[in-house]
Design a protein around this ligand. Structure first.
Ligand SMILES: *Cc1c(COP(=O)(O)O)cnc(C)c1O
Length: 419
């Protein structure tokens, strides 16, 4: 499937789970030189190896530079214990990298198509903010974001409502499942898809997922003493981030293994244990961006390993944790290492710790959200008051804000009446 089609047809159904037929190997000279490369250069080389045939180098370079305009530091609280901080982007969630890269790619396609593209996305919180921010003010693209009324945090709602005039935030009278149901319905609606160029921005979209492979290379390059192999623990929900790590390994990154760390939404750790994948409705936890009972990228992981459970087990261990353990993890990180983690990062830390009891490795856990996004939990665990450094408001302009019933006809009319 050509890249444009894969990126555009990224609906939540079967056809959206695009995977490249061949994943390129980065080659030995790349790994010899990677230590001297900047984040942007590393990213460009990796992304070009996969997208270079479809998008001109100078365009790709610009998209990468715009997407990665913030730091991704590797911090080392302990010997052989490292944290890759992915939360220094404009919305303080790791979703910024993928969303910004996708926005750049779609912007490029919109100008080639000479047609306006409508991005439709349902959010329970973080995704919407990152997507709204990334697409803010982008020419040729309108973004429609559905979120459940009264169920996103104040900060998250602010990020949706102050993103710019090409963003429409629909506050739905319903829950997240209603939002998702309407979005699915829209993608399945023939008439709507004939009239509009409709695409999605969820993590099923390959152009949102793949740039995340970059972090793993970049983090690996910064570990100086490689007497022990490097292992990664990934706090996982929909499993896009972990899939990106597995792709990095396929591209030649010498990683000894990955840890799939989850909260009690544990269908993947249970699959690794029993060989049975049993999706379930999601349970609410304090690491709420990982409250996913049926991870959309699970089939991509199966595909990468040809459905071979034994090979999957060689590369991925799975551990899951309750909210109580998560709070203890936050406390321990602070007391032992003076490191302040948010609940998602704490889950990753706990998974890494379990792995390092079994396997000798230089451990890196991924911190996916700024602790200042979860001030109450941080206060409970550490007694500290943490705040966000300040909110970025996209273009600083108001979004379109509509309150709507959970009704498909209503949504359709909104989509037609251009804004
Ligand atoms: C989305 C998210 C995750 C889960 O990432 P997946 O790629 O869906 O597994 C973890 N932590 C935070 C803070 C997130 O926003």
């Amino acid at each position: 499937m050509p890249l444009l089609e894969a990126v555009m047809r990224s609906v939540s159904g079967e056809s959206g789970l695009y995977m490249p037929e061949k994943i390129p190997h980065m080659g030995d000279s790349f790994f010899r030189n990677i230590r001297g490369m900047s984040l942007r250069e590393t990213a460009f080389r990796i992304i070009e190896s996969l997208f270079g045939e479809d998008v001109a180098s100078d365009v790709l370079e610009k998209i990468v530079d715009e997407a990665l305009n913030f730091e991704i530091p590797l911090v080392s609280p302990g010997k052989e214990l490292h944290v890759l901080e992915l939360f220094h982007g404009p919305t303080y969630a790791f979703k910024d990298v993928g969303a910004r890269f996708l926005a750049g790619m779609l912007g490029h396609f919109a100008s080639n198509l000479r047609r306006e593209i409508t991005v439709l996305v349902a959010t329970s919180g973080d995704t919407g903010g990152a997507v709204a921010n990334a697409f803010s003010g982008r020419e040729g693209i309108k973004v429609v974001i559905l979120y459940p009324s009264g169920r996103v945090s104040r900060i998250q709602e602010q990020q949706l409502l102050r993103a710019g005039s090409n963003i429409m935030a629909i506050e739905l009278e319903g829950d997240f499942d209603d939002c998702q149901r309407l979005v699915k319905k829209a993608f399945a609606d023939r008439e709507l898809n004939e009239k509009l160029v409709l695409t999605s921005a969820n993590s099923i979209n390959f152009a949102r997922l793949f740039p995340q492979s970059v972090y793993y290379f970049y983090a690996w390059a910064q570990i100086e003493e490689k007497d022990k192999p490097v292992c990664f623990s990934v706090p996982s929900g929909n499993f896009g981030n972990l899939t990106a790590g597995l792709i990095a390994k396929k591209m030649g990154l010498p990683v000894s293994g990955f840890v799939a760390s989850t909260n009690i939404n544990r269908s993947v750790p249970l699959y690794l244990e029993t060989g049975n994948f049993l999706p379930h409705p999601s349970f609410k936890t304090i690491s709420n961006a990982m409250d996913v009972g049926n991870p959309g990228n699970f089939r991509r992981i199966l595909h990468l390993y040809g459905n071979d459970l034994n090979r999957i087990r060689e590369d991925i261990s799975g551990f899951w944790f309750t909210d109580e353990s998560t709070r203890e993890g936050m406390k321990e990180l602070y007391e032992k290492y003076s490191y302040i983690a948010d609940p998602h990062a704490a889950v990753a830390y706990l998974g890494l710790k379990r792995q390092m009891e079994k396997v000798q490795c230089n451990g890196i856990f991924l911190a996916t959200a700024h602790p200042g996004k979860f001030p109450e939990e941080v206060m409970k665990a550490t007694g500290l008051n943490v705040a966000l450094p300040g909110l970025h408001n996209g273009a600083g302009k108001e979004s379109q804000h509509v309150k709507a019933p959970a009704d498909f006809g209503f949504l359709k009319d909104l989509l037609y009446s251009s804004f």
